[in-house]
Design a protein around this ligand. Structure first.
Ligand SMILES: [Zn+2]
Length: 340
């Protein structure tokens, strides 16, 4: 099969990879309907995360089940399925509590690499959720978004305790931040403020439900949020970047008693204890347990209540994955969908 492989920073090649096979009775093999490039793929692409040898890339996926192992009961060949970037059994105590991304048997799908024609999905019964029927082609981008960026933005909003009638701020205008806006809107937030300096992203944020745009960041951005909230700060802040600056901006933009939901993959963030102590905010986040939300998100997409697939503003064939990475790296694209 064909698949994207990162050889060195900036060097993505689509090449022949071995066809995946059932390795354990709990595995399934899927034929990808579409795949995509994640903001987190840019960390190794930019050389910020080390790459040791050629690495298969991709952890977002939707597709048709081709084959299942002998223990798989919940999905069958021919079904259209959505899964998350952590395979999980969905039965252990941690999964049952809704934290499937930290399942005691969790396996990282990124190590398998789903920017490819086929993929082996471990723990298929716990990981994969089938759609009620085969979706029409125009729903595929939204279902693919549910696999990671929508589920992650949604968890950011839930972790930030977004409630009806409240004010939410979103730090980060990438796909996850924008879908955090969509999630906040669905969860009933009254005012949704997004930090963004990019015209096209501001426009999509507004279409997803943002009521205010703040173009400054850092302490200036915090001062603007305070101005919008009678000096108090937002009730809920979604942090969707993962840098020191973004995390501190999120904490400082939150009112005492408020909640920060942090879902940007943390890179060298360290929090000052004294400031944290006196901020009196709740902090919750981490790798999103997307599996917790998948059944509801699939329903909202199939009912056409939400259209998260709009974050894909570039579509290319898998063979042009290298250009898909470049476009995101240069911020010419919010998110690249790869057709298979
Ligand atoms: Zn589990």
């Amino acid at each position: 099969m064909r698949g994207a492989v990162l050889h060195a920073p900036g060097d993505i090649r689509v090449e022949d990879r071995p066809d995946p096979r059932i390795e354990k009775p709990s595995d399934a093999i899927i034929r990808l309907a579409a795949t995509c490039v994640c903001g987190s793929d840019l960390w190794p692409y930019r050389g910020i995360e080390e790459v040791s040898g050629p690495a298969p890339m991709g952890h977002e996926y939707v597709g048709i089940v081709e084959e299942v192992g002998s223990d798989v009961r919940n999905v069958k060949p021919g079904q259209f399925v959505v899964g998350s970037f952590f395979a999980s059994d969905n039965t252990c105590e941690i999964c049952q509590a809704g934290y499937q991304s930290r399942c005691v048997h969790a396996e990282l799908v990124g190590a398998i690499g789903t920017q490819a024609e086929y993929a082996r999905i471990p723990l298929a019964d716990g990981t994969l959720v089938a759609t009620p029927e085969l979706p029409s082609d125009d729903l595929v981008p939204s279902l693919l978004a549910a696999s990671d960026v929508l589920g992650t933005g949604w968890f950011g909003a839930v972790a930030a305790d977004v409630q009806p009638g409240k004010t939410v701020a979103v730090v980060g205008d990438g796909a996850v931040g924008l879908l955090g806006v969509l999630a906040a809107k669905q969860l009933g937030a009254e005012r949704i403020v997004v930090f963004s300096r990019h015209e096209s992203r501001q426009q999509l944020a507004r279409e997803f439900g943002a009521t205010d745009i703040v173009t400054t960041r850092g302490d200036e951005g915090v001062a603007e949020i305070k101005e919008l909230t009678n000096g108090l700060g937002a009730h809920s802040v979604i942090e969707a970047v993962g840098t020191q600056e973004a995390m501190m901006q999120a904490i400082r933009a939150t009112r005492p008693g408020g909640h920060v939901g942090y879902v940007g993959v943390s890179h060298d963030v360290s929090l000052p204890g004294d400031e944290l102590f006196f901020s009196e905010v709740h902090l919750h986040g981490g790798p999103a347990p997307v599996r917790r939300f998948l059944p509801d998100l699939i329903q909202l997409i199939c009912d056409r209540t939400i259209d998260p697939g709009r974050v894909f503003d570039l579509t290319l064939p898998l063979d042009q994955a290298a250009e898909g990475y470049r476009a995101m790296d240069e911020r010419r694209a919010i998110k690249t969908l790869l057709t298979v």
